[in-house]
Design a protein. Structure first.
Length: 150
């Protein structure tokens, strides 16, 4: 009789441990381990600006062009990084980035006049600005056919 009770108690304990392990696996290990936003709507403009203020180049830009706005923000994927590295323009923005989904965000800043901008890359995992490139946009007086206007 005592043997049966001991066997039942041991079996019960084994089942409890197995259930606890399964609960742990499904609740903790299945959640994404990083707090990196999966899309741009999860990173507010104020959070982005706060990170940009930690970099001297971007801080200088924002001080010089107080009327700046976040023109575009894009969370980079492996594919977009590779595409950028092989692209025609601004390859430097994508160089030396790990091929990791959702780790980096490319943020384009633009002043109100639309002639001075900054292209930045933020490492969302490390919470720092990795790259910052100033841009100057030149406007031409061309009509729709590409001929210079008068």
């Amino acid at each position: 009789m005592k043997k049966n009770i001991v066997i039942i108690l041991i079996s019960f304990c084994v089942i409890l441990v197995a259930l606890a392990g399964m609960i742990y696996f499904f609740t903790y290990l299945q959640k994404p381990q990083s707090t990196v936003p999966q899309n741009t709507s999860e990173a507010s403009d104020s959070e982005i600006i706060s990170l940009l203020n930690k970099n001297q180049d971007t801080e200088d830009y924002m001080q010089n062009y107080k009327d700046f706005k976040i023109d575009k923000k894009t969370v980079l994927t492996k594919e977009s990084i590779i595409e950028g590295q092989n692209g025609q323009n601004f390859k430097e923005v994508y160089q030396n980035l790990e091929l990791t989904d959702n780790r980096y965000m490319k943020v384009d800043l633009m002043n109100l006049a639309g002639d001075r901008g900054m292209i930045t890359v933020i490492d969302l995992k490390e919470k720092q600005v990795l790259k910052a490139f100033g841009t100057v946009l030149f406007k031409t007086n061309a009509d729709q056919n590409g001929k210079a206007g008068s």
